[in-house]
Design a protein around this ligand. Structure first.
Ligand code: GTP
Ligand code: MG
Length: 140
């Protein structure tokens, strides 16, 4: 499988509990390399753009409020088949359905406060990375 890059967010529930290192250890333990990372306070406009695909969903307002409720850590992860690999490492959206050893099983609180985001396809990974990083901030 090809070397890919995917976009990750460590969400407010995890930054609030000071467990970003625990999440990063699971990422690195899965063979993914963190090639860019920064801690930011997302603006409402950034969160609405980022989750624009969900704007008609009933939980959209709650999702945006949550994403700006505390700092997040935005990341670019690199590795063999990084997009699908990271989805596996994250685990199911609802932590109640996540497999032991996954980030969401080990860290998440609920379907809303689910600790991490990961891109779902090549095209979305490229768009999401470009929303938060310039090329010279990514060092593989
Ligand atoms: P992301 O990596 O964050 O995109 O998660 P996902 O791809 O596993 O799930 P999806 O794209 O379907 O949903 C995006 C995010 O919306 C989820 O990660 C949750 O944080 C949130 N979400 C999804 N369903 C619900 C819900 O029923 N209630 C609330 N509050 N949030 C939800
Ligand atoms: Mg998604």
């Amino acid at each position: 499988m090809a070397i890919e890059r995917t976009f990750s967010i460590i969400k407010p529930d995890a930054t609030k509990r000071n467990i970003t290192g625990k999440v990063n250890a699971l990422i690195e333990g899965a063979g993914l390399k963190i090639v860019a990372q920064k801690r930011i306070q997302m603006t409402r406009a950034q969160a609405e753009t980022f989750y624009g695909v969900h704007k008609e969903r009933p939980f959209f307002g709650e999702l945006v409020d949550f994403m700006i409720s505390a700092p997040v850590v935005v990341q670019v992860l690199e590795g063999e088949g990084a997009i699908s690999r990271y989805r596996e490492v994250m685990g199911a959206t609802n932590p109640a359905n996540a497999v032991p050893g996954t980030i969401r099983k080990e860290c998440a609180l609920s379907v809303g406060e689910n600790s991490v985001h990961g891109s779902d396809a090549t095209e979305t990974a490229a768009i999401e990375i470009a929303q938060f990083f310039s090329a010279n901030e990514i060092v593989g």
